[in-house]
Design a protein. Structure first.
Lengths: 785, 184
């Protein structure tokens, strides 16, 4: 009998409490608006009331007379410096400030700089701008019709059509549909929504006019990429630019893009030689920052009579607003929408997307998933239910019949992705068991007899995250690797720095646990830092659930490099050959004599005090991890809803989420991520939507009418796991941040549509608010009395 | 220059040159403070920018999010919707006042232990609302807890662990007060 393997305190799989919480519960976090520097100025912005208008005059004399106002910046000022326009992450152009035309309501028009926050706001209110309204285009279908008013007259093409993208085999897919015994089709609209992180965006720019050192404290999820983009756009030498991303109050992708306010504060600091702070109001954040979704989808599924799916055909129109500012990898203008074949082995598939400009702020960017995976999963999981209803089979049965079987992995999809690992049936079976699926169906049958509306909805999603392999994935040409730099000090304590940037995900804890496991050093002795481009290694940042798949992998690989060097130092201490030393059970041990050993701490001390000849002093390593493949987390969710027949109110009674994100680093943090993700899936399904009227006026531009869920509506989430490690990730981990946001909406909608089966409902577009349901209850013919 | 029990910088960050000034006297986390502010100064700006108590956050401009929740004479208020002059002569308690003599409050402890926070931005306001709830109802049900925090938005946690944390804090307070030597 062997002795139990010693564990390491805070290693992988332990639900340790978070390191970052000590400061947050004391109110001692350092968010952008908490910084205050001597001589700091404040910037506020006057915005356009029109969605499309020609600027005929701008008068700033009254603003400049407001006590405390020091300067104004207009589009003409920026034009003179070549900064009126800047690139988007998709190599389109966006305005910093307009020189002659505004293209969406709430667009930035004039910046005002003052010595106090209130004076800056007074100054912005005193700016006078005359506009001549232009025809407004808010409907993307009308936008691409011939003769539609062209929004982007700066482009060569006289059209609002931005690009066409397609993938798959069109001819083979068409043939499959022509001969399919069964097919279903549905239009689905996924409306505009907004991340609404509790902290809005902001920055403090500081140009030191003497040294030329430019420091930008900024709410950014990708500080290194921002530094490079700033260097390229402004011409400032990159070594003189320092981007610092302090504590971030939620990001969800909304803090990836570069907004005009960041550039304006930078220009203002260069102009005044003083630090300049810009902090967005919530209404500015909700009206002008980047939005997500806005996909008009037409989807078709072909199947055999027994329900075996054979082909998928999808045509989509994407509303990008006035510029394509999506944060997708360069080669993928529609993101990873081609994960749309989902958890099912479609033999043939064809997907096409066209993108249109409209008089709205940038769309299609981020909401806890920027790469269009949410849109894809929503589509396929809705379509599977529509097919199940058409064939009159149980939606669980249809999924179980069709799932890609576990033995088929690695599985290559019809649209060219190689899924790393999966066991879809196990996840669905577990969810069905926890929620007592059969019992719920019996209850539903009983309730239907009594005229009560109860629905059960399933979603069995496959995610694609961890971008990404450098051969395919880059943003503005920068490859999507990520990095870890790990240094062990003489006393055996660790400083580790990463190219990613936490916005609440708990990286300081999770990365410490990975290193604890790999180095045999307690997590308490490991300090994790991110977000300062002067100190952290280069990386592409945190979004698209990529931190654990990329930087987490880099931590493991860097630690293993340290172990390799440590083995030689340990051999020196143990007076044996390095070949006779192995890393086992958290120590360097002589092979065959495991009691003869040295800890990592002993080796670290020797690395600075007694290192062998021929081995460099010190104990540190850097790894830039280039993932060999994406990771494919998956899960099965089951939702139970009850509908109030008087009000149309949908109540989520139960929601069971079985997730599989591979190896789990910290189960407590993973559950927290899933709770939050589910809530950001629940929100667009039932509550959130940004709408525009025909004049381009935004509806939903404040928390008055943009309905972020409160604790009262939010269900009491129930979570469970299966664990199918990724075969290519050093730890088997897959990433989890977005899974639930991606997986939840179709489960909820499927449940509502299921509840309304007696009314013959095939589909309802999200958000399903009570009014939509009430109309169905009062206009469609219900069940026979 | 204002005089006070603790040194207070002039309210330059939120005052406009030439604007009328009001003199206020507020007790913040037990410390009396005297300051001169513009009448329009919001309590949240006074706390953050004049007193440097940046634990109270600003998350919206319509009084919906509750990130700025503080106690005014023991009751939770949204400090973005209270003028600093309205707090004159009254007691304000902020998140910085929850920890006493180096000991975290039961609510602070429970938020850590139940993973009731992620990005931490809504947390101070959420904890102030929770503290007020538990002062009047130390054993709230799940539904009572959810109802009490309906004016505090959280975008990260999905509320499940916040509700757990608040109920855990209530249990901690009850067992502390029933323990031998505990407060009655």
């Amino acid at each position: 009998m062997s002795a139990p393997v010693p564990g390491v305190k805070g290693g992988i799989g332990q639900p340790i409490l978070r390191k970052e919480d000590a400061r947050f519960v004391r109110g001692k976090g350092s968010y952008i608006d908490d910084f205050k520097f001597p001589g700091m100025l404040y910037l506020d912005i006057a915005r356009s009331p029109y969605a499309h208008a020609k600027i005929t005059s701008i008068r700033t004399d009254r603003a400049l007379k407001v006590p405390g106002v020091l300067a104004v910046i207009t589009g003409k000022d920026l034009e003179a410096a070549g900064l009126a326009w800047m690139p988007t992450l998709m190599s389109d152009k966006q305005m910093v400030l307009p020189t002659d035309t505004v293209m969406y309501q709430a667009q930035e028009v004039v910046a005002v700089v003052a010595d106090s926050r209130y004076a800056a706001a007074d100054g912005a209110a005193a700016v006078e701008v005359d506009y001549e309204p232009l025809p407004v285009v808010t409907d993307p279908f009308k936008a691409i019709e011939p003769g539609a008013p062209v929004i982007r007259t700066d482009r060569k093409e006289p059209s609002n059509h931005i690009w066409h993208w397609e993938t798959g085999d069109r001819a083979a897919t068409d043939r499959a549909f022509a001969t399919a015994p069964v097919s279903v089709a549905q239009d689905l609209y996924i409306p505009r929504i907004h991340v609404s992180s509790m902290e809005t965006c902001g920055c403090i720019a500081q140009m030191d006019p003497v040294s030329g050192r430019f420091t930008l404290w900024m709410t950014t999820q990708a500080p290194h990429a921002i530094r490079t983009v700033f260097a390229l756009v402004t011409g400032l030498p990159e070594q003189n630019i320092r981007v610092i991303s302090p504590d971030i109050g939620g990001g969800f992708g909304g803090k990836v893009p570069v907004y005009p306010g960041y550039v304006l504060a930078s220009v203002a600091s260069i102009k005044t030689g003083r630090p300049v702070k810009w902090i967005e109001d919530r209404s500015e954040n909700l009206q002008a920052d980047s939005f997500a979704r806005d996909y008009h989808i037409h989807a078709e599924v072909a199947a055999e009579r027994d329900g075996t799916v054979t082909a998928l055909r999808v045509k989509t129109l994407a509303d990008h607003g006035y510029t394509d500012a999506a944060a997708n990898p360069s080669k993928f203008p529609a993101g990873l929408f081609h994960i749309i074949t989902g958890s099912y082995p479609f033999a043939k598939a064809f997907v096409e997307v066209d993108a249109a400009y409209t008089n709205k702020p940038p769309g299609g960017i981020a909401y806890r998933c920027s790469f269009r995976v949410t849109e894809a999963v929503y589509t396929i999981e809705r379509m599977m239910d529509i097919l199940a209803h058409r064939l009159r089979v149980d939606p669980a049965e249809l999924r179980l019949k069709n799932f890609i079987p576990p033995e088929a992995f690695p599985y290559r999809s019809a649209l060219g992705w190689t899924y790393d690992s999966g066991n879809y049936g196990a996840a669905l079976a577990k969810a069905m068991e926890i929620i007592d699926y059969a019992g719920l169906r019996r209850e539903q049958a009983e309730k239907r007899r009594k005229g009560e509306l109860m629905g059960i909805g399933i979603s069995s999603f496959t995610e694609i995250v961890g971008a990404g392999p450098s051969a395919t994935f880059d943003i503005l040409g920068i490859k999507m690797f990520d990095s870890a730099e790990v240094r062990i000090h003489p006393t055996g304590k660790v400083l580790a720095r990463f190219g990613t940037k936490s916005q609440g995900q708990g990286h300081e804890t999770t990365y410490a646990q990975i290193l604890a496991e790999e180095l045999g050093i307690p997590a308490d002795d490991i300090r994790v830092e991110e977000g300062d481009t002067d100190t952290a290694p280069y990386g592409l940042g945190t979004y698209a659930s990529r931190s654990t798949p990329t930087a987490g992998a880099a931590a493991a690989v860097a630690a293993r490099k340290i172990r390799e060097k440590g083995r030689r130092i340990a051999a020196h201490l143990l007076e044996v050959s390095p070949d006779d030393v192995e890393w086992k059970d958290f120590a360097f041990r002589v092979k065959g004599v495991p009691t003869k050993s040295k800890t990592m701490q002993e080796v670290a001390f020797a690395a600075y005090t007694n290192h062998p000849a021929g081995v460099e002093a010190g104990l540190e390593a850097v790894d830039y991890y280039d993932p060999p493949n994406m990771t494919y987390p998956f899960g099965s969710y089951i939702c139970v809803v009850d509908i109030d027949t008087e009000t149309g109110q949908v109540k989520v009674r139960r929601f069971v989420a079985v997730d599989d994100c591979g190896t789990i680093i910290n189960p407590m943090i993973v559950d927290g991520q899933i709770h939050g993700g589910l809530t950001m899936g629940f929100a667009p399904a039932l509550l959130e939507e940004i709408q525009y009227d025909e004049n381009g006026n935004v509806h939903g531009g404040s928390f008055m009418d943009y309905l972020v869920p409160t604790a009262v509506e939010t269900p009491n989430w129930e979570t469970a796991k299966t664990v199918t490690p990724s075969p290519h990730h050093p730890l088997g981990a897959k990433g989890v941040g977005e899974s639930a946001t991606v997986g939840a909406p179709p489960a909820i909608v499927n449940a509502v549509v299921d509840a309304l089966q007696p009314y013959g409902v095939e589909h309802i577009d999200i958000p399903i608010h009570p009014w939509k349901v009430w109309q169905i209850l009062h206009t469609k013919r219900g069940p026979a009395p | 220059m204002a005089t006070s029990a603790r040194p207070v910088a002039p309210a330059a960050a939120v005052t406009t040159a030439g604007a009328p000034i009001s003199r206020i006297q507020v007790t913040v986390n037990g410390q009396p403070v005297v300051a001169e502010v513009e009448p329009r100064t919001l309590l949240v700006h006074f706390l953050r920018e004049v007193l440097g108590l940046t634990g109270t956050h600003i998350g919206c401009d319509t009084s919906h999010c509750g990130a700025c929740t503080v106690h005014l004479d023991g009751k939770p208020v949204k400090s973005c919707t209270v003028l600093a002059v309205q707090a004159s002569g009254r007691q304000v308690r902020t998140v910085e006042g929850l920890e006493v003599d180096g000991k975290l409050s039961p609510v602070q402890e429970a938020f850590i232990e139940a993973h009731g926070l992620q990005c931490g931005f809504c947390t101070p306001g959420m904890m102030m609302t929770a503290t007020a709830l538990l002062a009047r109802n130390p054993n709230p049900t799940d539904a009572e807890t959810r109802d009490a925090i309906r004016g505090n938005l959280c975008r990260c946690t999905g509320y499940v662990n916040i509700v757990k944390a608040i109920r855990l804090a209530g249990q901690k307070m009850q067992s502390a007060s029933s323990a031998p030597g505990g407060k009655p």
